[in-house]
Write a protein that binds this ligand. Structure first.
Ligand SMILES: Cc1ncc(C[n+]2csc(CCOP(=O)(O)OP(=O)(O)O)c2C)c(N)n1
Ligand code: SF4
Length: 309
């Protein structure tokens, strides 16, 4: 109990210690985990970061609306195709003038895994001194919940609808954090909003490791609207994603993999899919396929961790 209180107060400290750069109410949907991610990142990294972003659900708040701003952070707005390359220029400029500035790209999965993947992959391969945070809501949410390459197998989206003919997305999600780790980046990690202590540690490590080179953090961030989940259930969905091994929490430091959260008795995948209505049409055989994919991906990460040891 005392241990629990100690843990709680450490996370509470992140929220209470630093000046809040945001206004009290912002323009995200009720219960959206993107809001918690966007608020938490400067709480841990500090308000003196330079954020680089693009169109997506994060943009209306980061970019501001009409003449108003929703925050006091430095924000550089790009096209979806230019985030990692613009961040490269910003980071190189600060390094050239000898200023230690943390440059943080913050985009959705549509930008990271699809539209902006080429410059992201290039920046990782060149080992630029950037932190790239992808909040993965498994689709293009800002433009009407279309599928992206990280949309999971079977999920119903506006471009892979479940109906008389369609059965949801026919292909599995691109394993984006694993792909990024294979670039040989200085640090790659997965994180989610039910495990803030874990996320905070990874952000602090990211700040340190960006001096060595490229850092990528893949944040599992459910979208209440697109996934059709209750506004008070998003954190529980994050927790269940970890407990079912659907979204394992790991890190790879200079290519050495380590699970940061071991799940002793993983729960069946139905516990994750049940409250999410984008999976409501799935039959037993579809769920079995999803379970098989989860098991295979988890076994792969475990094997990589074993090599690391
Ligand atoms: C090159 C390009 N293609 C398409 C668009 C249209 N567009 C604007 S926001 C958006 C969705 C972005 O999805 P994602 O990066 O996953 O962020 P989310 O909306 O989920 O937060 C799209 C496709 C664009 N702005 N630029
Ligand atoms: S559409 Fe989804 S990701 Fe976008 S603000 Fe709403 S809940 Fe968040």
């Amino acid at each position: 109990m005392a241990q629990q209180e100690k843990k709680k107060s450490r996370i509470f400290d992140y929220f209470s210690e630093k000046e809040d750069p945001y206004v009290g109410g912002v323009a995200w949907c009720a219960g959206c985990t993107l809001e918690l991610a966007a608020r938490f990142v400067p709480k841990v990294l500090g308000n003196d970061i330079v954020l680089v972003g693009c169109p997506g659900c994060s943009a209306p708040v980061f970019f501001g609306q009409n003449l108003g701003a929703w925050h006091r952070l430095s924000y550089y707005s790009c096209l979806m195709t230019g985030v990692a390359s613009s961040a490269t220029g910003i980071s190189r400029y600060f390094r050239r003038i000898g200023k230690d500035v943390t440059v943080v790209c913050f985009t959705g999965d549509g930008c990271a895994a699809d539209v902006g993947f080429q410059p992201l992959s290039g920046a990782a391969e060149r080992n630029e001194h950037i932190i790239y945070i992808c909040y993965d809501n498994e689709g293009y949410m800002n433009t009407g919940y279309q599928r992206s390459s990280t949309t999971p197998l079977g999920a119903s989206t506006s471009t892979t609808p479940a109906g008389i003919i369609g059965k949801g997305k026919p292909t599995p999600a691109k394993n984006m954090p694993l792909i990024m780790s294979l670039h040989g980046a200085a640090y790659v990690a997965t994180a989610t909003l039910s495990h803030l202590e874990d996320f905070a540690k990874k952000l602090l490590k990211a700040k340190e490791k960006k001096n060595e080179g490229f850092v990528y953090i893949h944040v599992f961030a459910p979208c209440n609207m697109g996934w059709r989940i209750e506004s008070n259930s998003s954190i529980q969905v994050c927790r269940t994603a970890v407990r079912t091994n659907y979204f394992p929490l790991w890190e790879a430091e200079n290519g050495k993999f380590r699970l940061t959260q071991e799940t002793a008795n993983p729960r069946p995948i139905q516990e994750f899919t049940k409250p999410i209505r984008k999976f409501a049409h799935l039959k037993e055989a579809d769920i079995d396929k999803l379970q098989q994919m989860v098991d295979e991906r988890y076994a792969f990460i475990k094997a990589l961790c074993a090599i690391g040891k």
